[in-house]
Design a protein around this ligand. Structure first.
Ligand SMILES: Nc1nc2c(ncn2[C@@H]2O[C@H](COP(=O)(O)OP(=O)(O)O)[C@@H](O)[C@H]2O)c(=O)[nH]1
Ligand SMILES: [Mg+2]
Length: 243
């Protein structure tokens, strides 16, 4: 079987109630795409749900991680797995339907002119978030302002996890040397892309809070997100020099 030109990476932890619907919604729009779900040994049986679906879908895969949970390591492993299939584009998205598959086409369209496309909640002076409590919205808006102030990244939504990478651009950021464990993965990968001079475009999405399951946002993740931008600008996360 020819491998797909589009590979979609979905990290999961306890997304049993969301994952089947997400996969169905992706499939309805992108029958040819490869989908790789990277599950961190979810106690709720998320991986088993996906495994039952792989029987009728040769382009759907599950990577089951064991040991210490890590959002960043999960996405990274999924991306490396995806890159090994020699795609043109690698998409990353959440499993909880906050990142609606209807926007995948917009990301891919913009990727014709870019190396990295970000599905952005905050582009054009708007806040396109539905059903978040004010506290969570403030956390996200503040986090973005904080990251931008320190890193000077010319991007409104630096923490979005809905992205489309041109495969060569993703290879160039040297994933194995990424240091993040939590959601600061988004900022670290974006920072590297920007430093390499990649063309980065934001396209608007409407981000809807999950209806089922729970967020894995935690104090530990917030702490890492506070420190990581400083480590980036102080040069602690350069891609390994080549040659
Ligand atoms: N594999 C893996 N996935 C995770 C982990 N933490 C969160 N996720 C997934 O990452 C995505 C975003 O997480 P979520 O809790 O919705 O974050 P929020 O939207 O910022 O509240 C979802 O698909 C989660 O299931 C983790 O430690 N490991
Ligand atoms: Mg979420």
């Amino acid at each position: 079987m020819r491998e797909s030109a589009i590979q979609i990476v979905i990290p999961t932890y306890n997304e049993r109630e969301n994952i089947a619907r997400l996969i169905a919604e992706v499939r309805a729009r992108h029958p040819e795409a490869g989908i790789v779900v990277v599950d961190d040994d979810s106690p709720d049986g998320t991986a088993e749900v996906v495994e039952t679906m792989t029987a009728g879908d040769s382009r759907l895969h599950v990577l089951r991680r064991r040991g210490r949970r890590s959002f960043a390591r999960s996405v990274m492993e999924g991306m490396l797995w995806a890159l090994a299939r020699e795609p043109q584009f690698v998409i990353q998205m959440d499993a909880d339907l906050s990142h609606h598959p209807q926007y995948i086409g917009d990301l891919l369209g913009a990727a014709r002119e870019a190396d990295l496309v970000i599905g952005s909640r905050y582009v054009g002076g708007r806040v396109n978030v539905v059903n978040w409590p004010l506290s969570r919205l403030l956390l996200s808006v503040f986090a973005n302002a904080y990251v931008r102030a320190i890193t000077r990244l010319p991007v409104f939504d630096t923490t979005s996890g809905f992205r489309c990478w041109r495969a060569e651009a993703l290879r160039a950021i040297d994933l194995p040397s990424i240091r993040s464990e939590g959601y600061s993965f988004q900022v670290e990968t974006l920072y590297r892309a920007h430093r390499l001079g990649h063309r980065i475009i934001e396209v608007p999405i409407i981000f809807a809070e999950r209806n089922a399951g729970t967020s894995k946002m935690s104090a530990r993740i917030i702490l890492e997100s506070t420190i990581r931008p400083w480590m980036l600008v102080l040069g602690r996360s350069a891609p390994k020099s080549r040659g």
